[in-house]
Design a protein around this ligand. Structure first.
Ligand SMILES: Cc1ncc(COP(=O)(O)O)c(C=O)c1O
Length: 356
């Protein structure tokens, strides 16, 4: 079976974890996590980074640290993973679902139609950066909090500015199908010392000082482990290699498949998944089943948020474009472990399907 995606774990990764386990450390969060936070912050040119157990918690903490709460409205794009909107609901705020443009990222025109919003979550979906910079300007002008959900986009840029550096707070996720992984894991990044301190307070029981059992107020435990960070550091050291592999993968598929089905990426963007645009929902279903018979696993891209039954009462703008396009996209095998032969095999299976 050719998997749609899988983690890329090398012998160096295993050695890094094994070295850590043999070091006699306490397994919990300590120096390696700090090192990982510093390295990711430097990579995306942010002052502060806070590691947390996953990307969902990272978005939740970014909202809470920004003061978003009950009665606040937060704009979210209609095409994103469910965690983006659920974190808003978890924070007690009201999501407003906004349409996307043809990059599948939030549409600025659609955002402008939402009155009185307190925050926007911009998602550089699949590594494409869409109107991120323009939305940053808009939020600055209107004094709206901008949070960047960059779960897919470590290694992508808005021209000269790295994903992970847009708005006041950005987040990453490190699950096994992301650009780099540490099993589970997330990170919140910021340039603002106040926000950083708030994140640390909420993350570490709001202690008066390190190791104190006197608390300034309510706080929880969102620490990770150096065991995870030993893998995260080793994966991060291969980030440039992974970026190159993802770009090569997209290039190879582009050479093999008709342009009309594949959307391009700018050269400063890193493709996360290969998104194949079918001409209809029916065609997508048939292609999915055809490829499955050939031992090729694919995956339907995210259904629109507005199609989820439990989100029917959420405020929304006109979502015509996102509701149509989200039903047509199939994610082809997109792993950095794929060989040239694997991609040739998948491409010719797709072409055979289209010819018949
Ligand atoms: C866009 C987006 N945001 C947030 C998340 C949540 O991250 P995690 O799975 O680490 O909680 C994901 C996970 O895939 C995602 O794709």
């Amino acid at each position: 079976m050719i998997n749609q995606v899988e983690p890329n774990i090398s012998s160096e990764d295993m050695e890094s974890v094994s070295r850590y386990m043999q070091s006699g450390s306490w397994i919990t969060e300590h120096k390696l996590t700090k090192d990982l936070e510093d390295k990711v912050a430097t990579y995306v040119d942010r002052k502060y980074a806070v590691a947390v157990p996953n990307g969902t918690i990272a978005i939740y903490l970014a909202l809470i640290a920004s003061g978003i709460r009950d009665g606040h409205k937060v704009a979210v794009p209609n095409i994103t993973m469910i965690a983006t909107i659920n974190a808003i609901i978890w924070a007690g705020a009201e999501p407003v679902i906004v349409d996307v443009d043809n990059t599948l990222c939030m549409s600025l025109d659609s955002l402008k139609k939402v009155p009185e919003i307190n925050a926007v979550i911009f998602v550089p979906l699949n590594g494409r950066v869409g109107s991120g910079l323009e939305i940053q300007e808009y939020c600055k002008d209107k004094d709206i909090v901008l949070i960047e959900d960059s779960a897919h986009a470590l290694g992508s840029s808005y021209l000269n500015q790295k994903c992970g550096s847009l708005g006041s707070l950005s987040i990453f996720s490190f699950t096994p199908h992301k650009i780099i992984t540490m099993g589970q894991g997330g990170m919140v990044l910021s340039d603002d010392e106040n926000l950083y301190q708030k994140l640390i307070d909420i993350k570490t029981f709001n202690r008066e000082k390190d190791k104190s059992d006197v608390h300034k107020g309510f706080g929880l435990n969102f620490k990770i482990t150096d065991l995870q960070s030993s893998l995260g550091l080793s994966q991060l050291s291969k980030l440039e290699e992974f970026i190159k592999m993802k770009k090569n993968l997209h290039r190879q598929y582009s050479n093999n498949l008709n342009d009309k089905y594949l959307k391009s990426f700018n050269e400063y963007e890193t493709p996360w998944f290969i998104d194949f645009y079918c001409i209809s929902e029916n065609q997508r279903e048939e292609l999915y089943l055809y490829l499955k018979q050939k031992n090729i696993e694919t995956r339907f891209s995210y259904p629109s948020l507005s199609s989820q039954s439990y989100l029917q009462n959420i405020e929304k703008t006109d979502l015509t474009f996102s509701e149509k396009v989200s039903n047509n996209i199939l994610w082809l095998p997109s792993s950095t472990n794929l060989s040239r032969e694997d991609v040739e095999y998948v491409s010719s299976a797709v072409n055979n399907f289209l010819e018949n």
